[in-house]
Design a protein around this ligand. Structure first.
Ligand code: BT5
Length: 337
């Protein structure tokens, strides 16, 4: 492709560094001369040189070849918004990406941003969390630089009672992303875990601000253990845990994983808004490998056993119990028997 094809008029407003990265990507490893880049970006060759230097300082690997130009080798594997924004042509999820080094909890940060008016599909990422949250006040271990801690702000035109459907959406997206990037076969565990080889590699925490019949916003919290090492897990976990690195046997690019996940979330959310919950429910049940299995559930209402017959539209697990009466379970821990 000719270098000028990559600069469309609507990209002119993007920051220069981001446009430069787009050009390097489109060049697919070719050497681009300072003059070519300067022409395509509408700036001087000195400005090109300066911005290449800035990209290098951010961890981009770019080789400068005297009197020939620049060759792009690889992006950094940190989750800078610049890199994730590049090439991700989002309908909603990922149109705006905010990436911070450190925060208490990305869900809390996303909540604050939603209060201040952040739009549908805004994504918040952190390199580490000092107060990562699980359900019911539990803690989510969030060491720096190795995992994904992500929260997505959504403003869906649905009733608050059906908001739990969005947990199924993030579970399916995480499972698909793991499969696509590593070829591992993840299994979803009701209500909010994703397992590989029966060990938890991801947890989901959705939170909502709503009135009786209106959702102001939902925050989809997604934590995925990507390159976490065995000695980074605490000893007192409720459930065996692992990371993609440990199960896959090789490091996984956080950038590739995150880009894949965001684009899957975006297309699944679009599908959900256009076609409703049904396709998602089917895929979730297939990926949970749970239909017609006998399970034991311990919940606030006590323990029970039954055969799973489906998922209700509010996310409840539907069980056929031995007394013949179908039961709905809204929360609790499930294991196969
Ligand atoms: C969850 O809770 O699985 C939801 C986790 C959601 C985390 C994301 S990260 C981005 C966003 N921002 C946040 O602050 N949170 C979300 P739950 O099912 O309650 O599981 C929590 C339990 O899992 C803990 O009590 C530990 O036993 C265990 N655990 C803690 N950290 C873990 C980790 N990194 N990997 C696997 N298990 C972990």
């Amino acid at each position: 492709m000719k270098i000028s094809d990559a600069t469309r008029p609507d990209t002119d407003k993007l920051p220069l560094e981001r446009r430069m990265v787009d050009l390097f990507r489109a060049g697919k490893g070719a050497v681009l001369s300072g003059e070519e880049l300067a022409g395509a970006l509408g700036v001087s060759r000195t400005a090109v040189w300066k911005h290449v230097k800035m990209l290098k300082a951010k961890g981009y690997r770019i080789v400068s070849l005297p009197s020939r130009g620049y060759r792009f080798i690889a992006p950094p594997d940190d989750l800078s918004d610049l890199e994730l924004g590049a090439g991700h042509s989002a309908k909603r999820i990922g149109r705006r990406i905010v990436c911070v080094r450190e925060t208490g909890s990305t869900n809390q940060l996303a909540f604050r941003m939603a209060e201040e008016g952040a739009g549908d599909g805004t994504v918040v990422l952190a390199e580490m969390q000092t107060g990562g949250k699980g359900r019911l006040g539990r803690r989510w271990e969030s060491p720096p630089g190795v995992n994904l801690y992500c929260s997505v702000i959504l403003r869906p035109p649905i009733l608050p009672a059906t908001a739990p459907q969005l947990t199924f959406l993030s579970a399916v997206a995480v499972a698909r992303a793991i499969e696509s990037v590593t070829r591992l076969q993840p299994r979803i565990k009701w209500p909010n875990d994703v397992l590989v080889h029966e060990r938890k590699v991801a947890g989901l925490l959705n939170e909502m601000s709503a009135e009786t019949d209106t959702i102001h916003w939902v925050v989809l919290g997604i934590g995925v253990n990507i390159n976490m090492e065995r000695d980074q897990f605490p000893d007192d976990l409720r459930y065996p845990a692992s990371s993609l690195l440990l199960e896959h046997g090789a490091p996984v690019s956080r950038l590739e994983f995150t880009r894949t996940l965001l684009s899957l979330l975006d297309s699944l959310y679009d599908d959900f808004l256009n076609r409703g919950f049904e396709p998602l429910r089917e895929e979730w049940i297939a990926r949970a490998m749970i239909r017609f299995r006998r399970v034991a559930v311990s919940s606030g209402d006590g323990d029970m056993e039954g055969t799973v017959v489906g998922i209700d539209s509010d996310g409840a697990l539907l069980l056929q119990t031995s007394d013949g009466v179908p039961k709905r379970v809204l929360s609790g821990d499930v294991r196969f028997v």
